[in-house]
Design a protein around this ligand. Structure first.
Ligand SMILES: [Zn+2]
Length: 337
């Protein structure tokens, strides 16, 4: 171990040399690599957490740079997938750490496999559906996970230890109804992200160092602009459908989730059955119909006033379509359903 590199945190008694060795041998899964995920990954890699798997479906855009701290303008110009850009940056930050960037949309079909073998999961997703799915898999596999959410200047977090603390469904049995505020509608400031990521990472370190008695044990909320801080101590719901009855509705869902909204004017489409696209061949085929740009990881195709970003597994993000049906129509027409 290069103890000079970690000397300042080895001096911190709860870590020490033994704790550092433990961290270098630890495995953390980060779901999402936007504002929260980049802040978490940055801190964990610098702390010397031995293995990080980072899963994200998106590519870097200019509007990300204000808060997504691992990315730069060159990444946005290259439209690098976030998981790849993060992996490259983190390897420069700390070569001790094994970083695996996975360009995938996390869903009920793949989350179990992605999560197995990890000690703690950090929530860096941006929607309730993904968090309920994460809660299901964490309770099923008895893996600790750390909820975190941020919008505007307001952030919330809670640490879930299946079997001992309340789970997400104990607190919120059903997702909030109606439209809720998102970063796409009311924005977000980087300091609010930094606060919640810092709390999540600290909790993760306590779990990895086997110090559960030092976890904060609360649902924390902080508005960093208004300086309003709240914490409540939630209780387990004995009738909870997830950690009580062990019904994993989000994990065991059937039926297709081929289309969903992501962001303000984008629709994501999955291939109905898994496929492998030859993007170079597809690029040549689409050339006559619109503007085509092929990178190492994806294909961007501008046509009919919309922009399709196509990944090798057949997933596509359609930007600018008036509705999901129109987006699906473009997908069927140019990529083939
Ligand atoms: Zn529960």
């Amino acid at each position: 171990m290069n103890s000079e590199k970690y000397s300042r945190q080895i001096l911190f008694p709860p870590i020490g040399a033994q704790g550092q060795a433990k961290l270098l041998d630890s495995r953390v899964l980060i779901l999402g690599c936007g504002a929260l995920g980049t802040a978490q990954a940055n801190a964990l890699a610098r702390a010397g957490v031995g293995k990080l798997r980072i899963v994200d479906r998106d590519f870097v855009e200019e509007s990300n740079l204000q808060r997504q701290i691992l990315f730069d303008e060159a990444d946005a110009r290259a439209r690098l997938p976030k998981a790849i850009a993060a992996q490259r940056k983190l390897k420069q930050i700390n070569s001790d750490v094994q970083v695996e960037g996975v360009v995938e949309d996390v869903d009920h079909r793949n989350i179990d496999e992605l999560a197995r073998g990890f000690q703690v999961i950090l929530d860096a997703t941006d929607n309730f559906e993904a968090r309920y799915l994460l809660n299901d898999v964490a309770v099923k596999l008895a893996l600790p996970w750390i909820y975190g959410a941020v919008v505007a200047s307001y952030a919330t977090t809670m640490t879930i230890l299946p079997g001992s603390t309340p789970c997400l469904a104990c607190l919120f049995p059903v997702p909030p109804e109606g439209a809720y505020e998102t970063c796409d509608t009311v924005g977000v400031i980087a300091p609010a992200v930094a606060w919640v990521a810092a709390v999540q990472v600290t909790e993760a370190l306590k779990i990895l160092l086997d110090r559960p008695q030092e976890l904060h044990g609360a649902l924390l909320a902080y508005d960093i602009w208004k300086n309003q801080y709240h914490q409540v101590r939630p209780r387990r719901d004995p009738g909870c459908r997830v950690c009580g009855a062990r019904e994993f509705a989000y994990l065991n869902r059937t039926g297709p989730t081929h289309t969903r909204l992501c962001g303000r004017d984008s629709v994501q489409i999955h291939a109905a059955v898994p496929r492998r696209l030859d993007l170079a061949e597809l690029a040549a085929r689409l050339q006559p119909f619109g503007r085509v740009r092929l990178t190492e990881f994806l294909l961007i195709f501008a046509v009919e006033g919309c922009e399709l970003t196509i990944f090798p597994n057949g997933r596509a993000v359609v930007k600018g379509a008036p509705d999901p049906a129109a987006a699906r129509g473009l997908y069927a027409k140019y990529i083939g359903a």
